[in-house]
Unconditional design. Structure first.
Length: 271
């Protein structure tokens, strides 16, 4: 693994496919490295497409005081308390406009929304996960909106998974940003200007931290904005080809504790 020569002040890491193993857990070695990084005075921020409710198993790994940038940059969440510290959601009007445009192009499309309250779904939205009890369901996504939507999720059985995100981006156009987090056949739409890097940059700047003092780790195309912004970027060996090409450094795969290697390197640079 090639390495930067100076220590970071902040490490920003994606979760699924990067910090987490394929079963969604944190390895014992990575957990120990996260604790050691915190003890060394280096901040760690999780930067993920996940909603806040999917952080339950991670609170212990940021020493009870860390934050996560969730929903591809739409929310900043205190991991320990699940309090939303900042949000960059879409208005109901914008979500409705996007939904109309997508339905006109893809008549079979179904939708769901992520927001501060949880998830709301259309009746026919095929979710592979068990949704929280009481999640609102309606025939049209417009009837489950809450005033601020973190992500609009889109499914369409008629569209090839390989080009799903690119095809959806062509339909959505200038209205919003379509992200590809590696979830096959799922479109994830955020508001204009809302990306992992934009929210990370804002959060870091508020603490006097610039890009040169940030190391970032990722694996999927939705990590590219963060990886190209950070002073040093690490692609795990299992990363998408576009991520491998864009990153300044590489490390071992998520299943081989590559991120733990990076965390250990950061600690070594402090000493």
């Amino acid at each position: 693994m090639s390495a930067p020569t100076s220590a970071p002040r902040l490490i920003a890491t994606d979760l699924d496919g990067t910090l987490l193993r394929d079963d969604g857990t944190v390895s014992a070695r990575t957990a120990a490295a996260l604790r050691a990084v915190a003890d060394a005075g280096i901040e760690v921020v999780f930067v993920t497409a996940r909603p806040a409710r999917w952080l339950d198993d991670l609170a212990e790994h940021v020493a009870g005081h860390g934050v996560a940038i969730c929903a591809n940059g739409a929310a900043v969440v205190d991991v320990a308390t699940r309090q939303v510290l900042a949000e960059h959601g879409m208005s109901d009007e914008l979500v409705a406009t996007i939904a109309r445009r997508v339905r006109a192009a893809w008549p079979d499309a179904t939708f769901a929304v992520e927001n501060a309250a949880g998830i709301g779904l259309e009746t026919g939205f095929p979710s592979p996960y068990e949704n929280p009890v009481g999640s609102p369901v309606a025939d049209r996504v417009e009837d489950v909106l809450t005033g601020s939507t973190f992500k609009l999720l889109v499914k369409s059985a008629d569209r090839p998974a390989r080009t799903f995100a690119a095809d959806l981006a062509a339909v959505v156009g200038e209205l919003a940003i379509v992200s590809d987090s590696g979830a096959s056949g799922l479109g994830e739409i955020s508001g204009p200007g809302v990306t992992k890097s934009a929210t990370l940059e804002r959060w870091a700047a508020d603490r006097g931290i610039g890009a040169a003092d940030v190391w970032a780790l990722g694996d999927a195309p939705n990590d590219l904005s963060m990886l190209t912004w950070a002073g040093a970027s690490f692609a795990v060996a299992n990363a998408h080809p576009s991520v491998l090409a864009a990153s300044t450094h590489r490390c071992a795969a998520n299943t081989d504790d590559g991120p733990a290697d990076v965390l250990d390197l950061a600690i070594a640079r402090v000493r």
